[in-house]
Design a protein around this ligand. Sequence first.
Ligand code: GDD
Length: 322
Amino acid sequence: MKSALITGITGQDGPYLAELLLGMGYNVYGVARGQSNPRLQTLQETHPDIHVLSADLIDASSLDRVIQESAPDEVYNLAAISFVQYSFAHPLLTAEVTGLGPLRLLEALRRNGGSRTRFYQASTSEMFGNAIETPQSERTAFRPRSPYGCAKVFAHHATVNYREAYSMFAVGGILFNHESPRRGIEFVTRKISYHAAGIKMGRLRNVELGNIEAQRDWGYAGDYVRAMHLMLQNDQPIDYVIGTGITHSVRDFVEAAFSCVGLHWQDHVIVRDDHKRPAEVNLLCADASRARSELKWRPTVGFEQLVEMMVTNDLRTWQTIP
Ligand code: GDD
């Protein structure tokens, strides 16, 4: 039986990936951080099959321990400070966790005889930043626009470097935005679906947003974890761009979400300049043709279906809130 170690198990992608791997017969270890993480309690109730281990990407000795304990065939590093806005307020912490953290994990693998372990780094379209071309592929230069993007570029290069220097099977999956009902409320898609549902149910009046002209290539997280797994089953360690190739603005998302609940978004959305970022990534759109042809990966959920899935889920969420 293969075993996999997933860091960031309490994030959006961790549980989707764990479900996929458990379904394939893997022994799954999930790494969580901190003493009293409320999401961890929920995870342990909903996913009792995941062996939860405690470690922190800023604590190298804790990484040694989890690698020794799990002896993984595959490591998926999904842990990070992942909220771009937060990274502007905490740039050094972001560099420590999101940038140096993956390097600590790669070193821990080397130290603990895990150089034959296959390693997946959650790289991101945010690395393209102020992109020099559209769509963006594996050949597009990185021009990050946030402390988060800068940290992810460092981690991506470290992953490539360990592959080249130590012949490790280490890859960076350059995933574009991927969403789901499990998305954190701080990210724009879930913020919109949660508020649209709350307004429909008479529980909220408005939603305040920042730059609604930003454009993103949004896919469904459940599709994207399949790509992570496929990358580690490949014959060679190769980095892939993963996205739908279709771009929408935040405004489009707002319009679609409010129309799902039969409301006009203009009556409820307040655009606030102080919600805008110091530097913005204006347009992301994936050219995932390499993944399509070599990994045979394809997204199964389109934009409208994704919006509807999230709004429908949040209508249910509000029913559980007293
Ligand atoms: N979060 C948020 N909240 N974003 C807003 C808001 C708001 O109220 N109003 C407008 N936006 C705009 C942001 O300025 C950004 O252009 C866009 O909505 C998307 O923001 P997020 O949902 O926070 O995601 P992101 O694109 O910055 O980053 C996500 O995707 C990356 C992949 O490209 C995160 O998941 C990253 O961790 C991931 O790497």
